[in-house]
Design a protein around this ligand. Structure first.
Ligand code: NAP
Length: 249
């Protein structure tokens, strides 16, 4: 049996890294992707190699078309046929009201969080689609409960980028459903990662955790489990679906 191959964008840390670990534990060949944190990506690659599975770490800014094409070609050459794409990479900028947001900031968020997922999904569909000679596959988009809440007074730009991820999920799932490709989405909320420091408040999860029905923040591994389930044959009749992992929010 051929080993399945997963590409997880933005997997040098946080939810992406937890997802890479879980797929490796399940026997997948893993492509870690990162933009700048080479040391963390290489350390994770080394950790995954200890499990006896193939793993590569590829630097690529997934908001850049040429770099996305190179990333996918590297996966083709080094790991083989892509089975699963996880569109996980995203950025957050410091908390701000809309009236203080520049066009540069808004465009940077949309390009890093949305254009990236469109480009990576395009490359994945080219390889997976039965209409293109592929054998099918699964795409999982990492959105956020922010797509429902809108993140007022913090980062509406980021929340709107996640709204676009939800729409991409619905549209693409339907577009490729008859071509052997399933497209699903997870929507985490308040997960303990370094992303909150990028938003200007490293302890944000602890500040808000008690307001959640479950009264705690989530761990990256709890999100990874849902991503893995959506990628696996256990969810074989699910497409265009959403799993919220937000402690009841
Ligand atoms: P994180 O800790 O900030 O990690 C983000 C990852 O994305 C890093 O590996 C980073 O790589 C990579 N990245 C950023 N821009 C990139 C680009 N242009 N090209 C390639 N890689 C890029 O984030 P996280 O908290 O794990 O979040 C992961 C996903 O979950 C995101 O989609 C986020 O929106 C979503 N989410 C998170 C939470 C939460 O509470 N943490 C809640 C809801 C949704 P480098 O470090 O190398 O730059």
């Amino acid at each position: 049996m051929n080993t399945k191959v997963v590409l997880i964008t933005g997997s040098s840390r946080g939810i992406g890294a937890a997802t890479a670990r879980l797929f490796a534990q399940k026997g997948f060949s893993v492509c870690i992707n990162y933009k700048s944190n080479r040391n963390a990506a290489e350390a994770l690659k080394h950790e995954i190699h200890q499990l006896g599975v193939k793993c590569i770490a590829v630097q690529a800014d997934v908001s850049d078309e040429d770099q996305v094409i190179r990333l996918f070609e590297t996966v083709d050459e080094s790991l083989g046929t892509l089975s699963v794409l996880v569109n996980n990479a995203a950025i957050l900028r410091p908390q701000s009201r809309l009236m203080d947001m520049s066009a540069d900031r808004i465009n940077e968020i949309l390009s890093a969080n949305v254009t990236s997922a469109f480009l990576c999904s395009r490359e994945a569909v080219k390889r997976m689609s039965s209409q293109q000679g592929g054998t099918g596959g699964s795409i999982i988009n990492v959105s956020s409960v922010a797509s429902r809440t809108g993140s007022p007074n913090e980062y509406i730009d980021y929340a709107a980028s996640k709204g676009a991820m939800d729409t991409l999920t619905r549209g693409l799932a339907t577009e490729v459903a008859a071509e052997g490709i399933r497209v699903n989405c997870v929507r985490p909320g308040l997960i303990y990662t370094d992303m909150h420091a990028d938003g200007g408040e490293p302890d944000r999860v602890d500040r808000l955790a008690s307001k959640l029905p479950m009264q705690r923040g989530g761990q990256p591994a709890e999100v990874a489990e849902a991503i893995y389930w959506l990628a696996s044959d256990k969810s074989s009749f699910a497409t265009g679906n959403f799993i919220d992992l937000a402690g009841g929010l």
